[in-house]
Every structure is written in C-alpha cells, then in structure tokens.
Design a protein around this ligand. Structure first.
Ligand code: SF4
Length: 277
C-alpha cells in the first residue's frame, strides 16, 4: 500500500483535534510573579541533529499540525507537558552552559511546535543568550506570525521544516496550509535570520518531482540566509508511540526511501546550488 492509499484509509477519528492554540498560548504566557510559564514535554541531549554541536533540546508540548509521519505524537497535546517557568529552565541549563559552548553547541526549542508558546520561548532564549548560548528554533513555521521580532533577534538559527511545496500535498501531510510557512521563510530571509531548511522525504507522499522542485526553487530564492538543506528520510521509529497512545500510525506500511530516490532528491536541491545533506 502506498503512503497515499494509506492516507485514504486512515480514520481521522483516531486523531484528537489540535488544541485551541489562541486560548492556550495566552493563558500560559501570563507572567506570574514576574516569570513566564510554559508546558514542556521533555528534555534531551543531542549531537549534531538539532543544530550545530552538542545541544540541550527542549520539547514543548502542543502542536496545531498532525503530520502523517510525526514521530512525536506524544507532544501533540499541551496537557501532555509539565508546567515549567522559563527562569526554572534557565537554571537547569546554567550548570552545563560552559560545556555546551566549548563543544560548539547550544539549546534548541523543539516540539511539538515551539511557536505555540512563543512568549515562553522568548523568555527562555533571553536567559540562554545571557549565558552566552547559541539558540535554535525548530519549527514548522505554520505559526510563524507568532514569532516576534524580539524572539527572532534572540534566535541564532531557525530549523525550518518545509513539509511540502504543493499546497494539496502539504494539506495531506499536515492537515494545515503551506502559505504561512513560506511567508515566515521569506520574513526570516529579509531579516537575515540564519536557516537550515528541512524536508522529510516520504515515498509516495512527498517525493513527487514537481513538489521537490518547488521546495528547491523556493529555498534558493531565500538567498544566503539558508545555510543548508537537510533531506530527512522517512522512518517508522515513532510507530510504538502511536500504539501506546491508542492511535493508528497512518504510514505503518510505508517504507523508507531507497538510495536511488534519495540521490534524485539530493540532486534536485544541489541543482540550485544548495548545500544539501
Ligand atoms: S509539526 Fe512536528 S510535532 Fe507537529 S505534527 Fe508535524 S512533525 Fe509532529
């Protein structure tokens, strides 16, 4: 069964509706005793995956999209997170700040969708910058309009997922619209924010030549702001999480891309002079 056929048979009733993003963000952003609170799903440490060097990665809870290949469905709901203050999290990072900096790393706000809690991320990044840390924002860009100029000034690198260029494919993949992401990318380029563009390659779903061509052409139009493109091969490592949540993994029958498909897609990006990994 192809990814598209799998999608057609996927019961949408298995998915919880996205959170009421407006209400949630406003509620959690209200400062209490001078601090800003957020819903944090978990922390992890990674090397070279979520930005340069060794990084503390903060996974924020809540996401308005429902990507078919999402390997973190346990972060979709804000209520799945732990209520934490930005000051508390900065204190958690402080003892490791020197090691992280020397190792050429930093902190990454991921998710879920970090821009769902943009005020919280702003305060967290402000504290991290005071510690001299490199900051990266890992986002779909769907809520890019929520990113204030202040937040983007505090952000050293944006890891921007362009999940598809073709609007219909984007809708199929995410249940959302592609236009906000493209607008956000153009705003970042105009501001001079550094970007790594990321694209998940799913056989039978996102791999159409025209779709990839659209992303490559658009990415090239962003100019020097784009440092690299990362083509991320689809995998099924998140399948167990779906099972644990009582959800059906829509792409359970989809295989990872083979070497030939990966080579074709890499070549499409490189054709535009983009550094592609
Ligand atoms: S944007 Fe990220 S966290 Fe949200 S559904 Fe898509 S892959 Fe999952």
């Amino acid at each position: 069964m192809t990814a598209r056929e799998s999608l057609a048979t996927c019961s949408e009733a298995l998915y919880e509706e996205p959170s009421d993003v407006e209400a949630v963000d406003i509620d959690l952003a209200v400062p209490v005793d001078g601090d800003v609170w957020g819903s944090v799903h978990s922390w992890d440490v990674s090397i070279g995956v979520d930005g340069p060097g060794s990084r503390f990665v903060m996974f924020l809870a809540g996401c308005p999209l429902r990507c078919l290949y999402c390997h973190n469905p346990d972060t979709w709901q804000m209520r799945s997170g732990q209520r934490r203050s930005a000051a508390d999290l900065i204190e958690q990072v402080r003892p490791f700040a020197r090691f992280i900096s020397v190792a050429g790393g930093g902190v990454t706000a991921s998710g879920g969708e970090p821009l769902l809690q943009s005020h919280f991320v702003t305060e967290f990044f402000r504290g991290c910058k005071e510690l001299g840390l490199h900051t990266a924002l890992d986002t779909s860009g769907f809520l890019g309009a929520r990113a204030s100029d202040e937040l983007l000034d505090l952000t050293d690198l944006v890891l921007l997922d362009i999940k598809s260029y073709d609007p219909d494919t984007y809708r199929q993949v995410t249940s959302g619209e592609v236009a906000p992401t493209l607008r956000f990318a153009q705003r970042l380029a105009e501001r001079g924010n550094r970007m790594w563009i990321r694209f998940v390659l799913v056989p039978g779903l996102t791999d159409a030549v025209d779709n990839v061509e659209g992303i490559a052409r658009f990415t090239a139009s962003l100019g020097d702001a784009v440092e690299r493109v990362e083509v991320l091969p689809f995998h099924r490592l998140g399948a167990a999480k779906y099972e644990a949540l009582g959800l059906r993994f829509p792409l359970a029958d989809t295989l990872p891309p083979d070497d030939g498909l990966l080579a074709r897609v890499h070549a499409q990006f490189r054709h535009y002079g983009l550094a592609t990994y």
